[in-house]
Design a protein around this ligand. Structure first.
Ligand SMILES: [Ca+2]
Length: 430
């Protein structure tokens, strides 16, 4: 499919690459010696399996901005990043977690890292360890943060869970933010996965507050066990919704009809491994999840709906055994985008131009980081149509597995995956 520039001239993928390289001041050398890489443009790959081609014309007219990626810091197995409130002009500070259990305050431009002490002990291994971190809605007053991580069972409670694992969410106060020795204090339990399971995969444990700050959403993976996603006595394979103190909102879809507090937490079900959740401008909640062999999904999350896993999926089992497609099960909410081959979506950000408008073409669009795809995927959310459709517009091949993407005040940062992962700032080129 041809890409088109603003004046309608057809461009091939190779011309775009050339344009990118010319836009990068010292592309070839900096790739080897410096900490700067240029994004190579891949041909538009329309992997949305939507039956309709009605949007094809609009898609072809979309302007695709070019950028270079500047590395500002390096981390060992980072998992999540979130922005701190702006303190000084030109300064951007992040909180960054590493799976192995470290938490840093990071100057996103200079790369200066300050470790934060007091992080709870995490069960590192497999896909587990320290997970997400977000600021409380009243952070400016309270300095409170919410943190997710994996906890090992200890057999000290009623259940015999030694050797098993589960995600946990706590609230803590971040003291000494502007000092050289910041710390987490007053750690308070908010939520945990039930039950703990053996194995160390599919924890999900992504955290998000509603736009009004009243509700905490937590994605809870199915722990690679499939069936828990449809089991209402477990909070695995679900997106749960809580009040900020961990209590259950009365208007949750199963809060009145079921007496089990685990069931009452559930907002939506039938999920596999949700690593990205965001609200768009119109208040729609979007979440992407990893499918098995094929069938990664972007879903519009609606209260009480069942998203089908493992009953239906547009992918196949790793064994090769087919799974009925989404369109065979009308009781299950189908994905707005389905990816086969997979992109392995790791994080979701919705672009908003702020003080900086580095990428005006991405206004309101979903930025999705990919692990196996090593890509930044840009998707259109049809917010004018109340979020009834979505489609991938194009993607950028980044050359490395990308663990996270974050829009801050109109600027875009990526976090690579793995032991020598760079924090990249995307700098627009013309
Ligand atoms: Ca699904």
């Amino acid at each position: 499919m041809p890409n088109r520039s603003r004046n309608g001239a057809a461009l091939t993928g190779s011309v775009i690459v050339l344009g990118l390289l010319l836009g990068c001041s010292n592309s070839a050398e900096s790739k080897e010696e410096g900490r700067e890489i240029s994004a190579t443009a891949a041909p538009i790959n329309k992997t949305n399996e939507s039956k309709s081609d009605a949007n094809t014309v609009n898609q072809a007219k979309e302007t695709r901005p070019n950028f270079t990626a500047k590395a500002n810091a390096t981390f060992a197995e980072p998992w999540a990043m979130t922005a701190l409130p702006k303190a000084a002009e030109g300064s951007i500070k992040l909180l960054v977690t590493q799976k192995t259990g470290e938490l840093f305050i990071v100057d996103a431009i200079t790369g200066k890292k300050t470790p934060i002490t007091g992080v709870p002990e995490v069960a590192y291994g497999g896909q587990g360890g320290l997970g997400d971190i977000i600021l409380a809605p009243d952070f400016a007053m309270s300095q409170a943060v919410y943190l997710s991580y994996v906890e090992a069972g200890t057999n000290t409670n009623a259940s015999q869970d030694k050797g098993k694992f589960g995600a946990k969410v706590v609230k803590a106060t971040l003291k000494g933010l502007d000092t050289e020795s910041p710390s987490l204090q007053g750690i308070t339990p908010i939520w945990q996965q039930f039950p703990k399971m053996s194995g160390q995969g599919h924890f999900s444990h992504r955290l998000l507050f509603s736009p009004d700050g009243r509700y905490l959403y937590i994605s809870s993976g199915e722990r690679q066990e499939k069936d828990p996603a449809q089991d209402m006595a477990m909070n695995l394979g679900k997106i749960v919704r809580l009040n900020t103190d961990g209590s259950i909102p009365k208007d949750n879809p199963f809060a009145q009809s079921d007496s089990n507090p685990v069931t009452q937490q559930i907002w939506s079900l039938g999920h596999r491994n949700v690593l990205g959740m965001r609200f768009d401008d119109n208040g729609n909640l979007w979440a992407h999840e990893m499918g098995p062999r094929g069938g990664d999904e972007l879903n519009l999350i609606v209260k009480g709906q069942n998203y089908g896993w493992p009953e239906v999926s547009n992918g196949r089992n790793y064994s090769g055994i087919p799974i009925p497609d989404h369109d065979t099960g009308p009781e299950f909410a189908p994905p707005k985008i389905s990816w086969s081959p997979v992109i392995s979506p790791s994080a979701l950000s919705i672009y908003q131009a702020g003080e900086h408008a580095d990428f005006p073409a991405w206004q309101g669009k979903a930025l999705i980081s990919g692990l196996s795809s090593k890509a930044l995927v840009i998707a259109d959310l049809d917010t004018a149509n109340k979020g009834q459709t979505a489609q991938e517009l194009y993607r950028y091949e980044m050359g490395e597995r990308i663990r996270s993407v974050l829009t801050i005040d109109g600027q875009v940062f990526l976090l690579e995956d793995g032991p020598n992962a760079r924090l990249l700032q995307l700098l627009p080129t013309t």
